[in-house]
Ligand binder design. Structure first.
Ligand SMILES: Cc1ncc(COP(=O)(O)O)c(C=O)c1O
Length: 332
């Protein structure tokens, strides 16, 4: 029995788990399945909504009327938070990494439309953002407001519950479809989705190996981050869990030029999957991870997915991040 904390119902759940029928035909012996977490909503969509169900519940429990969070200018997490704030009557203050663009596009446009207050911190000062967030909290306190700071991507011991719960949902999907996938694949950026799934498969005794493809940082970073978050989760929620059971696996090699910047192979993959099955990936997260997964599958017995017959790719959303990169798609 887990000590579940309070949770809001913000995501459209359960999301479908369906076979990627046409694309899977390019493999003779592997079926790719998609867990459609891009369908947790329309404007409020993707993986972040599952985490925010727990983080915003915590904010309300603490009597907060303001949410402060942070991320890149095109952060999907910040967009989801901004819109949920508008829906729930909470003020949202975003700290975004970089300069203010002359014209807001994609996620940033939605942030502004939803009425979020936005502060920009240049890249060179980004490491000071936790301090900046504390100063903002203090400023709100002097105005008789109470602000919760949700860290990047809602990846902390509270947000971890989002993908623990998603793993329980996957367990029900697998039972219904009589599916025993060897691998569950996901993009990892701030680590909370990978962490929740990696912990979740142990908690719900699912044999599948969670494989994460990093779109920032490296494998060592994600191992340390997940161990830290799970340790804090144990302490905060009084859960006993043996950390040595965690099978943390991050596959490097598909980050490309860097976070948010993809090579042409990723744009080709996005186009191929849209074309074959009408499923849309994004160049920052899901496109890179899907490209990595397919490249490893093509290596067969020498790849990270050796022995795969059924693979579940968790589609974590990100569609609004496609539009600011439209110039990178090649059409004949
Ligand atoms: C679309 C999308 N996919 C995947 C991720 C990675 O999830 P996490 O930050 O939990 O590692 C993010 C957020 O960073 C995202 O916005």
């Amino acid at each position: 029995m887990l000590n579940w904390p309070r949770r809001l119902q913000l995501a459209q759940l359960p999301t479908p788990l369906t076979k990627l029928t046409n694309f899977s035909k390019s493999f003779s012996d592997v079926n790719i399945w998609i867990k459609h977490d891009e369908l947790t909503g329309l404007e409020v969509s993707g993986n972040k909504v599952r985490k925010l169900e727990f983080c915003i519940a915590e904010a309300l429990e603490q009597g907060c009327n303001t949410l402060i969070t942070c991320g890149g200018v095109q952060s999907n997490h910040c967009r989801a938070t901004a819109i949920l704030g508008a829906r729930l009557g909470l003020k949202v203050h975003l700290i975004l990494r970089g300069e203010r663009p002359t014209v807001p596009e994609g996620n940033l446009l939605l942030d502004y439309l939803a009425g979020a207050e936005i502060s920009y911190l240049p890249q060179r000062e980004w490491k000071t953002h936790p301090q900046f967030a504390r100063e903002l909290q203090e400023k709100y306190r002097t105005q008789n407001s109470n602000a919760l700071f949700i860290p990047t991507g809602a990846s902390d011991e509270i947000g971890l519950w989002g993908y623990i719960a998603a793993t329980e949902e996957l367990q029900a999907d697998f039972a219904r479809l009589k599916l025993t996938p060897e691998f569950i694949v996901v993009a990892t950026g701030s680590g909370g989705t990978q962490g929740g799934l990696t912990l979740g498969v142990e908690l719900f005794a699912i044999k599948s190996q969670v494989l994460a493809f990093n779109v920032s940082d490296d494998a060592a970073y994600f191992t340390a981050k997940i161990l830290e978050d799970v340790t804090l989760w144990q302490q905060r929620y009084k859960e006993s869990f043996d950390l040595s059971r965690l099978r943390i696996k991050t596959i490097e090699g598909y980050l490309g030029p860097g976070y948010g910047v993809a090579g042409k192979e990723v744009f080709e993959t996005i186009r191929n999957v849209a074309n074959s099955d009408g499923v849309f990936l994004d160049p920052v997260y899901t496109g890179k991870a899907f490209h990595g997964m397919v490249s490893e599958l093509r290596k067969g017995a020498n790849g990270a997915l050796a022995g795969a017959r059924n693979v579940v790719f968790v589609h974590t959303g990100g569609l609004f991040g496609v539009f600011p990169q439209q110039q990178n798609f090649q059409f004949d």
